[in-house]
Design a protein around this ligand. Structure first.
Ligand SMILES: Cc1ncc(COP(=O)(O)O)c(C=O)c1O
Length: 223
């Protein structure tokens, strides 16, 4: 995304985190005649999820294209691991969905899902793509295999109709969450709306690290 922003030479505007009203104001100020692409995500740092439907509605009202970074959701959410947009039936409202073949897929590399024309454009214009050595065959084979595993036919489970691999991940994920709770590991809630003020977990992490090591970290700027 960042490469794309830099190489496009387009102006970049930052709207308040997951704030549809602020996005609306910013898009209105840009005006209807300029092409626009609005990017949002399933966020890694606080594990919160952009209000996809709301942001798409604002983007649509201003004639802007939409780009969703689902790197932290593909393989885990949606009946076939397509991500939050698939889970919430919103894929058709997005122009680009970005995923990774690392993380849930366990390989390396990444992809975008978009129209054939848009993918072709990216293939031709993204920096270092056409003339850079692609993923080696063994890695590609691993990614294809994992994609097939994750997108197996759905079966009915306590988690709804999901593919067996997605169910496996969900079961393991819930077990891991329970272990984190037992260990009182601080976890921000997974939410779809921005918190009034992002929680600050740095002190808690410092306390846990201090308890584990038995002494304060002299280089720490927090505790
Ligand atoms: C929100 C988000 N997008 C994209 C990436 C890049 O993912 P990758 O390193 O698998 O390409 C990351 C990395 O963690 C991320 O947090």
């Amino acid at each position: 995304m960042i490469e794309g922003i830099c190489h496009s030479w387009a102006n970049k505007y930052i709207f308040a985190h997951s704030d549809a009203a602020d996005l609306d104001r910013k898009l209105a100020a840009i005006g209807p005649d300029r092409p626009k692409l609005v990017a949002f995500a399933v966020y890694s740092m606080n594990s919160d999820i952009a209000p996809i439907a709301e942001l798409c509605a604002v983007a649509e009202a201003h004639g802007a294209m939409t780009y969703l970074d689902e790197v932290h959701a593909v393989g885990l959410y949606g009946p076939r691991g397509g991500g939050i947009a698939e889970r919430d039936g919103l894929s058709h409202r997005l122009n680009v969905v970005e995923g990774t073949l690392a993380k849930a897929f366990g390989v390396i590399g990444g992809y975008i899902a978009a129209s054939a024309a848009l993918c072709d454009f990216i293939r031709g214009f993204a920096s270092g793509f056409i003339f850079t050595t692609p993923l080696p065959p063994a890695v590609s084979a691993g990614a294809i295999n994992q994609t097939r595993q994750i997108a197996q036919p759905l079966r009915c489970s306590p988690h709804g109709n999901v593919s067996p691999t997605v169910e496996h991940y969900l079961v393991r994920g819930r077990r891991f969450s329970k272990m984190q709770n037992c260990a009182q590991f601080p976890r921000p809630p997974s939410i779809s709306a921005p918190p009034a003020r992002p929680p600050d977990y740095s002190r808690t992490w410092c306390r846990l690290a201090r308890a584990r090591v038995g002494r304060p970290n002299p280089a720490c700027h927090v505790c």
